[in-house]
Design a protein around this ligand. Structure first.
Ligand code: UTP
Length: 290
């Protein structure tokens, strides 16, 4: 097994029902935070961690993702001819990256989306990044998880403490702290608050090992009738140790309307071109509506 993580999977075939009607005909992953689509933040995060190979799991109505990472000859010519070098550099920033696309024919769940990537991953450990879980560009969550993997050679999943009233939206773990990380004892997908073993929720960053594929192949649908990654990880626990890594920093659930708005406001307040005017606008609005 290779020592480090060079491949990442970006599942993007979900139906995005929490964001309808916006996601009826266009991908949730292409929704922008300020001026950049969610999936580009995710890809840039992977690049910053040394990832070299990228596969996006796509589905119906997701063509815009492929177009976004493709060249745009006419637009590039126009920007070049009008001397807009900064914009030209910006749209060509990821032109050196080769993407693979695998189509998930039916949105059968995150576990199934990951199984679709098996021919690309083969027998290597790999990262999974859910682009609707946005972290600050400076956040080193995935980098830290890769370090844990390199040291312990075990799957590592990202965790966040959430209010107990929200646990039913997540996979939740039972675990014990062991040297700054959690050694996972059990995982439950979308538990009722009274059944949840903790308020440690699984968020959208995973370092997985290829033995998950054997399990996913046989996995029956779970919560919501979907093939759940959490259920497969629970099965994997019978065979090997899995660790949980608690995020240090902010994560936004941009697949949810409120989370998306929070990410937009926070990212705009950190944007050099917008921050001053936007802060003034927000302060005025808050005074008017208070
Ligand atoms: P979500 O739970 O956010 O589901 O999936 P969703 O369908 O995208 O959105 P809602 O809940 O209906 O609003 C988490 C991630 O897994 C991908 C999604 O694209 C998202 O990145 N996914 C989910 C797939 O690729 N395939 C699936 O069958 C389900």
């Amino acid at each position: 097994m290779k020592r480090t993580i060079k491949k990442a999977i970006f599942p993007a075939a979900g139906l995005g029902t929490r964001f309808l009607p916006a996601t009826k005909a266009s991908p949730k992953e292409m929704m922008p935070i300020v001026d950049k689509p969610l999936i580009q933040y995710a890809v840039e995060e992977a690049i910053s961690c040394g990832i070299e190979e990228f596969v996006v799991i796509t589905g119906k109505n997701k063509r815009a993702i492929e177009d976004h990472f493709d060249s745009a000859f006419e637009l590039e010519e126009k920007l070049r001819n009008s001397g807009k070098k900064k914009l030209l550099d910006e749209i060509n920033k990821l032109s050196h990256i080769n993407f693979a696309y695998i189509r998930q024919r039916v949105a059968l769940g995150l576990g199934h989306a990951i199984l679709c990537a098996q021919p690309f991953v083969k027998d290597e450990p790999f990262a999974v990044i859910l682009s609707d879980d946005v972290v600050d560009p400076g956040c080193v969550l995935l980098k830290d998880m890769i370090k844990v993997y390199e040291e312990l050679k075990c799957p590592v999943i990202a965790l966040e403490e959430v209010p107990t009233s929200e646990v039913s939206r997540y996979g939740v773990i039972d675990g014990v702290m062991d040297g700054g990380i959690y050694r996972i004892k059990d995982l439950i997908e979308k538990p009722r608050p009274e059944e949840a073993p903790s308020n440690l929720a699984i968020i959208g960053r995973y370092i997985l090992t290829p033995d998950i594929f054997d399990i996913l192949e046989k996995q029956q649908p779970g919560a919501g009738g979907e093939i759940q990654l959490t259920d497969a990880l629970r099965e994997l626990l019978n065979r090997r140790v899995i660790y949980g890594y608690l995020i240090k920093g902010t994560r936004y659930d941009a697949g949810d309307k409120l989370g998306y708005l929070k990410a937009t406001v926070d990212f705009a307040l950190k944007n050099d071109e917008l921050a001053d005017d936007f802060r003034k606008y927000l302060l005025d609005r808050v005074k008017q509506t208070a």
